[in-house]
Design a protein around this ligand. Sequence first.
Ligand code: ZN
Length: 137
Amino acid sequence: MTLPPEITDSHCHLDFPDFDGERDDIIARANAAGVTRMVTICTKLKNEPSVRAIAEAHRGVFYAAGTHPMSVAEEPMATVEELVALAKHPKFVGLGETGLDYHYTAESAEVQKTSLRLHIEAAQETGLPLIIHSRDA
Ligand SMILES: [Zn+2]
């Protein structure tokens, strides 16, 4: 007997307000379709508590946290210590998303590089993967 494949969605944003009111149904439909694990990714550290809560509420949902390159100019700069502390949660599986995006936000290139470097440092310190967004950079 062949077992059905178990699929992992390695990059989703279940916390986005687009999904308010139907989040549990979306996760249930994904599970029914064979997507047994999902990594929901925080793009602004101020949203980390709500992203973590989604992971805590669903057995197959894990999470990552970081500051997205397109948000980094408007958000407080993360610190390595802050990211490393967040990474201690048992369902925390990656740093990010981070990266470089010069398509719409080239004017923040320097601050994006600073942010990427500290996410890299946190990934090295924790041994967790980096989740990289890269566009026209
Ligand atoms: Zn993303």
